[in-house]
Design a protein around this ligand. Structure first.
Ligand SMILES: NC(=O)c1ccc[n+]([C@@H]2O[C@H](COP(=O)([O-])OP(=O)(O)OC[C@H]3O[C@@H](n4cnc5c(N)ncnc54)[C@H](OP(=O)(O)O)[C@@H]3O)[C@@H](O)[C@H]2O)c1
Length: 285
């Protein structure tokens, strides 16, 4: 099977390429922004015609949640127009398209995990642009997977885990918000799910996160505990720590589609975190 990965220089894209390449029966073409700028329709058509993949794992995105509030057009150009371009090209050549989306398509007002087909209502620009991407995928392609994930971290690029570890070495105390609840997700676990999914014809919307949930404060505490760092982590409210983009206060995703389609579920978030920190520590030492 031949797979083309967009955003191959990003934190998820890099792990998707690395994992898929372990399968000798798979041919993987990872394209970063400089090889394939998804906002250019001609480039999308050209690269797809050139490589003739069976499937695209579309990891490229505008992911700066706060900056998107003041850079709305650009966020739409990448997340909506760029995704539209890939959808058109995929449909033209009969290719499966796997679009990575986000928990931020929900408004966070629920008190129970969101199912794949629950009502969406994004509260920030980033969420709106990602949702626009979903709508374009569903309206323009027939062979699609939409995989919503959340709170992503991995070996490559910047993420919350790495930020917390860096701050722990610079400060004696940290304050982290305790009123936003979600599910941290390790890129390697998500890549494994994408690897399973892309080989099927079980099209539709999926929620792909590590299992269980926590607040950012609880996540930060777990990072310190698992790393053996004695720093004090204090909790605060979102109101005390205002950001340009509002966030859903509860964006836990139920894995209905994983269950109903017979896929193996993700492991609990803390187990994944433990493994990631071990790997990161080994890499640094
Ligand atoms: N990170 C999270 O917590 C999170 C949560 C929920 C969902 N997601 C979704 O998961 C996916 C992967 O996210 P990630 O964490 O891996 O993000 P990331 O590290 O920011 O990677 C995104 C990649 O897309 C590339 N890109 C930006 N504009 C592009 C363009 N016009 N053409 C081609 N490539 C372009 C970026 O390149 P440059 O670096 O050169 O800009 C970057 O390499 C995204 O769809 C994101 O929306 C992420």
């Amino acid at each position: 099977m031949k797979i083309l990965v967009t955003g191959a220089g990003g934190q998820l894209g890099q792990d998707v390429v690395a994992l898929f390449q372990k399968d000798p029966t798979m041919s993987v073409i990872g394209l970063g922004r400089y090889e394939l700028d998804i906002t250019k329709m001609e480039q999308c058509l050209h690269q797809i015609m050139l490589h003739q993949p069976d499937a695209i794992v579309h990891c490229a995105a505008y992911t700066a949640v706060d900056q998107a509030e003041s850079n709305e057009d650009h966020a739409y150009i990448v997340n909506a127009v760029g995704t539209r371009n890939l959808a058109v090209a995929s449909e033209k050549y009969g290719i499966k398209l796997c679009y990575i989306s986000t928990d931020y398509v929900f408004d966070g007002q629920s008190d129970k995990p969101y199912k794949e087909y629950d009502r969406t209502d994004p509260v920030n620009v980033y969420g709106k642009t990602k949702y626009a991407g979903e709508q374009l995928v569903t309206s323009l392609t027939t062979r699609y997977f939409i995989v919503r994930t959340s709170w992503v971290y991995g070996m490559h690029g910047n993420n919350f885990v790495k930020t917390m570890l860096k701050l722990a070495h610079e400060r004696k105390q940290l304050k982290v918000v305790n009123d936003q609840i979600g599910s941290p997700t390790y890129t390697e676990d998500l890549a494994l799910f994408l690897y399973e999914l892309i080989q099927t014809e079980k099209y539709g919307i999926y929620h792909g996160t590590n299992k269980g949930c926590c607040s950012w404060y609880e996540f930060a505490k777990a990072i310190m505990e698992e790393s053996g760092l004695a720093i004090i982590v204090a909790s605060c409210t979102t109101k005390e720590f205002p950001r340009p983009a509002p966030r859903p206060s509860y964006s836990v995703l139920d894995h209905l589609s994983i269950r109903t389609n017979g896929f193996a579920d993700f492991r609990p978030w803390r187990e994944a975190l433990k493994e990631f920190l071990l790997k990161l520590g080994n890499q640094l030492s």
